[in-house]
Design a protein around this ligand. Structure first.
Ligand code: PEP
Length: 246
């Protein structure tokens, strides 16, 4: 039985005053799901303090593969951990597109996350053109293989399927299409990491998850929750999504 996950990605949004948003989430205290919130790096430490003993896991949105060094503007996994983070999103399509991140780099970052004791949320997803060309499974299969190191377990890794064309657009794949991809990813995880680990690893869907569609998406086979962008910024919306994961 896999615990569901409601993970929020605030992206480049949020000043200190936004931390008040998490009060409503603390009140939910989901016993049957994991709640992960990933604010900008500037808010990680303050959000950890605000979250207190609520059980909300605070995460980063990226990390460098090195522990320290001359990498202006970057944040290491150890720094996130030092700030109290317990997880980090890696290989988000916006980082792949905006910063040219490759599968090999995401793989190195994932190893860095594990080194620092962080749970990695490794993202894969096809563009609209790739879907239209019938390449969805080939693309996400390749991204999964390349971005996920040997040694992945259900404890250190969560995989998020995020079709690029569904992110922030209000469009989502049909439930059948979500199910097809998640079944495929499950099969790949089992083939690579074995029955036990492959069946225990959580697979999230991301891309325009909202309070209105969360429950039906989370009910699809092999969907173990969601990675949520826009709708995680407002506590009332994210709280509904957390409840759908409960
Ligand atoms: C995301 O960027 O991870 C995401 C899923 O965004 P949204 O929910 O806004 O589509």
């Amino acid at each position: 039985m896999r615990r569901k996950v409601a993970a929020g990605n605030w992206k480049m949004n949020g000043l200190k005053e936004a931390l008040a948003e998490i009060e409503a989430l603390k009140a939910i205290n989901c016993k049957s799901c994991d709640v992960i919130l990933c604010p900008p790096a500037t808010l990680v430490s303050a959000m950890v303090t605000a979250a207190g003993d609520s059980g909300i896991i605070v995460g980063g949105q990226d990390c460098h593969w090195n522990e320290t060094g001359a990498h202006t503007g970057d944040v290491s996994a150890e720094m996130l951990s030092d700030a109290g983070a317990g997880a980090v999103i890696l290989g988000h399509s916006e980082r792949r597109a905006d910063h040219g991140e490759t599968d090999a780099e995401v793989n190195s970052k994932t190893q860095a996350a594990w080194r620092a004791g962080l749970q990695s949320i490794v993202c894969v997803g096809e563009t609209e053109m790739q879907r239209d060309d019938g390449e969805t499974l080939v693309i996400i299969g390749g991204q999964l293989d390349g971005s996920t190191p040997e040694g992945a377990t259900a404890e250190n890794t969560i995989v998020a399927y995020e079709p690029v064309w569904a992110i922030g657009t209000g469009r989502t794949p049909t439930l059948d299409e979500v199910g097809e991809v998640h079944d495929y990813l499950r099969g790949k995880l089992v083939a690579r990491f074995g029955e036990e680990i492959g069946n225990e690893m959580r697979l999230l869907y991301g891309g325009s998850v909202k309070p209105e569609n969360a429950a039906e998406i989370f009910a699809v086979s092999n969907v173990d929750g969601g990675l949520v962008g826009g709708a995680s910024l407002k506590a009332v919306d994210f709280a509904s999504i957390v409840k759908a994961a409960s």
